[in-house]
Ligand binder design. Structure first.
Ligand SMILES: [Zn+2]
Length: 374
């Protein structure tokens, strides 16, 4: 992967998909003609760049053009949830080529779950008639805190057996290329930002599902904080609440407003899907509970709005499919608790990337790591 790892300036110029001539690449990069020629040769040999017709002639032989070849390498993007494992094969622009999802409880432990990730990845590669050596890298999103410097889960509350487990080391035994590991909400934020809001500098992505968390895009970049714990809003105390949380504290937002917390209080609901169906069917108790959950989440988010001044807050996760009740509660609390300047241009919207957000983000992380790192 050295030709990817060095991520040279010529390749970066071609990542936008625009075909360019050698002369244009020399102009744009400011590199010497011999350097650009050498890099184009190397990229052609690696398949990362392909000839793309000829530019209009200005007299004499028309100059050849070159373009980025997004399927020269592929990426494995894995989204591991509390009860499911989704794995996608994407090209080098993060477009999903194929995917597979299976139900699997994360409490089965890292060996079982990561074995499923590796097996799904290999079968997607086989179906695409590509070899593991074609991989540019793999990224796995996990539903718990991940220490960024090591890629290891750190005291994840719903992941018994995963604490400090070497996720990347385990997958590297079977999959060539680098293996990146991140918190699922971080990659959802990155995926939503990359796919739908690339021009937005300050975005918060809030996941409301079995748990609650947020991913922070600040200055156009994913912001993880010192250890990787930035955005973990699920364990901020909701004002005046005392419910016991699985983390051991009381009154955590997650213990009050997550799908798990609501299901415990509602009749006929065990999962977020049950709650969503009750709301869609017009069940008053479920609709009221979801709207109140939205207010609790909005109250905590109002503090985040004051700290970070985002221009977009995206609400995703399985409970977001309950629709307007959740968003209405969130909006109500944020507008009531924020200063006008912070909310003048603030949009609070449902996810557009939906279930693809995590997979798109996982792919984007590999692309950033391999192709655009300077
Ligand atoms: Zn907690």
């Amino acid at each position: 992967m050295s030709e990817l790892g060095t991520a040279d300036a010529v390749l970066r110029l071609l990542l936008d998909g625009q075909p360019r001539t050698r002369a244009e690449l020399i102009d744009l990069s400011g590199l010497a003609r011999s350097t650009v020629t050498g890099r184009i040769e190397a990229l052609l040999a690696a398949g990362l760049v392909v000839p793309s017709g000829e530019a209009a002639s200005t007299g004499g032989r028309p100059p050849a053009r070159f373009r980025f070849n997004p399927t020269a390498r592929l990426i494995l993007a894995a989204d591991v949830g509390a009860t499911h494992v989704s794995v996608a094969l994407t090209d080098l622009t993060g477009q999903i080529l194929d995917r597979t999802t299976r139900q699997l409880n994360i409490a089965e432990g890292p060996e079982v779950v990561l074995d499923a990730v590796a097996r799904s990845g290999r079968s997607l590669l086989r179906a695409a008639r590509r070899s593991p050596e074609d991989l540019a890298g793999t990224c796995v999103g996990l539903p718990g805190p991940v220490e960024h410097s090591t890629g290891r889960p750190n005291h994840p509350p719903i992941m018994p057996g995963w604490d400090s487990y070497d996720v990347a080391g385990r997958l590297s035994r079977e999959l060539p290329g680098p293996v990146l590991v991140d918190n699922d909400v971080n990659i959802m934020a990155l995926g939503e930002h990359t796919a739908e809001y690339a021009d937005v500098e300050h975005l918060l992505f809030v996941k409301v599902a079995t748990g609650i968390g947020a991913g922070v895009i600040s200055g156009g970049r994913l912001h993880r904080g010192a250890q990787g714990a930035a955005g973990d809003i699920g364990h901020i105390q909701a004002p005046g609440r005392t419910e016991l949380c699985r983390c051991g504290n009381t009154g955590c937002l997650e213990a009050v407003a997550s799908a798990a917390a609501l299901a415990a209080k509602l009749e006929n609901a065990a999962t977020s899907r049950d709650i969503v169906e009750l709301v869609r069917a017009g069940n008053t108790a479920a609709t009221t509970a979801v709207r109140q959950a939205g207010r609790e989440i909005g109250t905590v988010l109002a503090a985040a709005v004051s700290l970070l001044n985002p221009s977009v807050i995206v609400v995703g996760g399985s409970l977001s499919q309950a629709g307007d009740s959740l968003l209405a509660g969130i909006r109500e609390a944020i507008y009531a608790r924020s200063l006008p300047l912070a909310t003048t241009d603030l949009r609070i919207v449902p996810t557009k990337a939906g279930q693809d957000a995590a997979l798109r983000g996982a792919a984007a992380l590999v692309v950033q790591h391999q192709l655009t790192a300077s």
